[in-house]
Design a binder for this molecule. Structure first.
Ligand SMILES: [Zn+2]
Ligand SMILES: [Zn+2]
Ligand SMILES: [Zn+2]
Length: 130
């Protein structure tokens, strides 16, 4: 089976509309298993993002998180943290209307040493509400 690139768009079947403005997405952090993907505490520990449910609810419409490119994992670091920009969901609620974030210039990244972090102004998305 071909491995999906990390930045692949969210498959439509992984998004379920549950309420008017709410969607349910498969938890990318644990890939829907509900288990801690790293076995950090024990093999039985629950996923810190979805708390064991394997899925999460978020206000829709959603777009792929710009900071982690949908992986749900905090980039630019080797620590096994969930992405702080999207909370590990891999998706964020779409901002409309939006404009380019003036702080990071649209990258979503705040170039802090040694590890870049998500821009505090746009929460890593590169855009802010107009
Ligand atoms: Zn999970
Ligand atoms: Zn993210
Ligand atoms: Zn920004």
């Amino acid at each position: 089976m071909a491995k999906k690139p990390r930045w692949a768009a969210i498959a439509p079947e992984e998004i379920k509309k549950i309420e008017k403005n709410k969607v349910e997405v498969k938890c990318v952090f644990c890939k829907g298993t509900g288990k801690d993907p790293w076995d950090l505490l024990s093999k039985l520990s629950k996923c810190q993002v979805c708390h064991g449910k394997g899925k999460v609810e978020i206000l829709g419409p959603v777009v792929t998180c710009n900071f982690c490119h949908g992986s749900g994992i905090q980039p630019y670091t080797t620590s096994r943290l969930h992405c702080l920009a999207c909370g590990g969901l891999g998706v964020v609620t779409k901002i409309t209307p939006s404009k380019t974030c003036p702080v990071c210039g649209g990258t979503g990244i705040y170039p802090r040493r040694p590890h870049p972090v998500a821009c505090h102004n746009c929460h890593g998305q590169g855009i802010v509400a107009k």
